[in-house]
Design a protein around this ligand. Structure first.
Ligand SMILES: [Zn+2]
Length: 312
């Protein structure tokens, strides 16, 4: 309920519970059953090398792979009131939160950061499905608002990676109120004329699909991602009909005009740089060898050596 339990304790927990993996660990692909060596899997951004199945990727690993040189600065997110409804199912809500903080090493289900991609300054937010199914509660609402406010203050585009089972039932109506709240946050970006790009990852469902996850100027999804409001099982039971093959998967939604792109995770960074620069009216970035900084750029500390033209 105070600064110590909301901020200090999760930080201390995260120091001791970083996901340390032994050297000889193998992970089984959920799709094809191949045993994958964890280090190779991490280098491949959790994409199965055999069948291209996209497994979940933690926000910190995702943002490290996204930003230039893996460098980013976290944007602080104001902590909301904890457990306002004193919710209890089999466990108390604060105990569930603590358990998720310990398992993930993160304070909550969304990470917000600022940095550069292909020398283009952006703000990014990534949702963590492994934290209570990435559920949208007051913290996630605060995170999206903080991300949008930061993007407007710095006049930068916002890129959001969604992954959620929906609203957080432990926060009841307060979690549902995050739907209009995050919609207003997106509206702030639109009023400021800043691009808002959404990358839908597996799975993005419920109230998240019904708010900020479907409001992007450009909607990109990862292959095979389930994207829906109500899940296929619920629909089948309601209409008592068999649903078509691949219903509510990224490729199906692309075919039916709900998405702009379905992009492989290993090509995502390049695509996001391209789309961002296109929307900002900037020339395409030179991939691989980055262009030398312009003289007036704020990051111009690295001036090219005299005499030679090192521009790419
Ligand atoms: Zn596989």
């Amino acid at each position: 309920m105070n600064w110590i339990s909301n901020y200090v304790r999760p930080k201390i927990n995260s120091l001791f519970s970083r996901r340390e993996v032994p050297e000889n660990l193998w992970t089984k692909c959920d799709n094809c059953g191949t045993m994958l060596f964890h280090r190779e899997l991490a280098e491949n951004l959790n994409v199965c090398a055999t069948c291209d199945h996209h497994m979940q990727l933690a926000p910190r690993a995702r943002l490290t792979a996204l930003f230039d040189g893996g460098v980013f600065v976290e944007v602080p997110v104001p902590a909301p009131t904890q457990d306002p409804l004193h919710f209890r199912d089999q466990k108390r809500y604060p105990d569930r939160l603590r358990q998720a903080q310990k398992a993930t090493g993160e304070p909550e289900a969304m990470l917000v950061a600022e940095g550069e991609i292909g020398r283009t300054p952006i703000v990014a937010a990534a949702q963590d499905f492994s934290f209570m199914a990435g559920s949208m509660g007051m913290y996630v609402g605060n995170a999206i608002l903080a991300a949008a406010e930061r993007a407007v203050a710095l006049q930068r585009p916002l890129i959001l990676f969604s992954a959620a089972g929906g609203a957080r039932m432990q926060e009841g109506i307060l979690s549902l109120m995050q739907m209009p709240r995050t919609t207003v946050a997106v509206e702030m970006l639109k009023e400021a004329g800043l691009p808002y790009i959404v990358v839908l990852t597996h799975p993005t469902t419920g109230g998240v699909t019904a708010s900020y996850a479907m409001l992007g100027d450009v909607q990109i999804a990862e292959p095979g991602a389930l994207i829906c409001f109500a899940g296929p099982r619920v629909i089948e039971q309601t209409i008592r009909e068999k649903l078509p093959e691949g219903f509510q998967r990224a490729e199906y939604l692309l075919d039916h005009g709900m998405l702009d792109r379905v992009t492989h995770r290993l090509k995502l960074r390049e695509e996001l740089i391209g789309v961002t620069r296109l929307l900002l009216g900037l020339p395409p970035a030179i991939m691989g060898d980055l262009p030398a900084p312009a003289a007036e750029a704020p990051s111009a500390a690295l001036t090219p050596p005299k005499g030679g033209d090192v521009r790419g």
